[in-house]
Write a protein that binds this ligand. Sequence first.
Ligand code: ADP
Length: 507
Amino acid sequence: MSTVKDYQLWINGQFVPAVAGETFESVNPFTGEPVARVPRGKKADIDKAVAAARQAFDEGRWPRMSGEERSRILKDIGEKMDAASAQLLSVMIAESGSTVRKAKGEVWLSAKNMGYFAKLAAQSLEKPIEALSRPGVSKNVLRREPIGVCAQIIPWNFPLQMAIWKLGPALAAGNTVVLKPAEETPAMALELAQILADSELPPGVVNIVSGYGEEAGAALAAHPDVDKIAFTGSTEIGKKLMAEAAHDLKRVTLELGGKSANIIMDDADLSQAVDGALYAAFFHSGQCCTAGTRLFLQDGIYDEFLKRFTERAKHIHLGNPAEKSTDLGPLVSKKQQERVLQHIAAGKKEGATCLLGGQAPTAPELQDGYFVEPTIFVDVTNDMAIAREEIFGPVVSVLRFKTEAEAVKLANASQYGLAGAVWSQDSEKALRVAQQLRAGTVWINEYHLINEKAPFGGYKQSGLGRELGEDALDEYTEVKHIHIDEIGDRSKKFWYDAVSAPAPQPA
Ligand code: ADP
């Protein structure tokens, strides 16, 4: 029996149980056993957390301190995350089924990303508008100011990094936050709360409330004292939150689903491209919004590529995510495993041919885990559900194309536009294709690499707004123009004549 660790909500700098005293458990997806017991936050807990964040914003030091001061505190948080990496790693592996390699990368990058946002915090958010300012006429200043209380709702696939991508820019700009982690991975966020609690963040600047989406999440998004909703998750819930935000015009950023095209041209370096396509489709068992799930192969290399790709996919090692030799761990939950198997069944029914996988593995040592075998479909057309819908599992649809123009057309025939890639040794051609793809990130001869200095986000129904890079700060600030008059002389201000109310005569 594994031990179950108890956690509390983190509200106004205190660790507290839920108001109603209820809890729920998160489960190890490899063993099916509980790993953490966390409070089931509901509206009453959200009310407390939002009130704390509101007060910290309206009256507290955080939005008013200098950027340098905030930068110092955020840098220290990044360093504390690094120091706690062993603990963060073990919780991530146990609770989310992330493999050692994926979890190591995520913990390291999350701490590094926090360091990047710390640097951004030190930048001045105020600058003159040179084009407008004229001595003797006016001085003009552009100020970026924090928006206020930010509701941040995050998913389970990258449970630490998604928290940092949201907290980092929000805090750098001086906002306060209520964060709700996914119900599958609440312990990860509450471990982070321990680190934040040991930092110099004033009480109420960050509050973390575990709970279910339709309870805590919905109450948070609907709260009238929340100024902004930042969400990463399904397109379905993203649309709901945008509609919710419309009631009081909350600011919104949404990072939603994807069905990214990975295009392999005839002149690609095949050995590189095969590796890249395996990584694109199967990294983290396909539980990535950027996953390269539509693999477009040009006629000339179709057979050879597919042969090599399938052969390699057969040797992907499924196993205990805590063991270093494991390539793919289980999916995050039974619900997710069932969803993926349903998508696979629908693909078969639609007439696609399942070339590899297509089921939960039969090996006895994998029976307690929520595994799905790496699955390759061929004879897929772009109108089939398996080529249109986000599956979020290790399932790739292979499609054939003849010309560059056809590849671009098929790749863009999707409701999504998060990412994509093109593999070719002709750099001009590759760039030409990349420019035509309607997606927020496009890799050439590479996949999945996301850099903290570059904006990340989606076209079309993949989202709204950008995370990372300096663009992320824009998403967490309002822009203010301050006009400072230098004319002074009333007689030169002819525009005042539009209201020519005479001055009262002295009595
Ligand atoms: P998935 O189906 O993969 O779990 P979701 O989009 O449902 O993806 O979940 C992503 C995040 O959104 C989670 O933190 C979840 O709790 C939250 N969530 C789900 N439903 C709602 C909702 N109605 N309102 C607010 N948050 C929600």
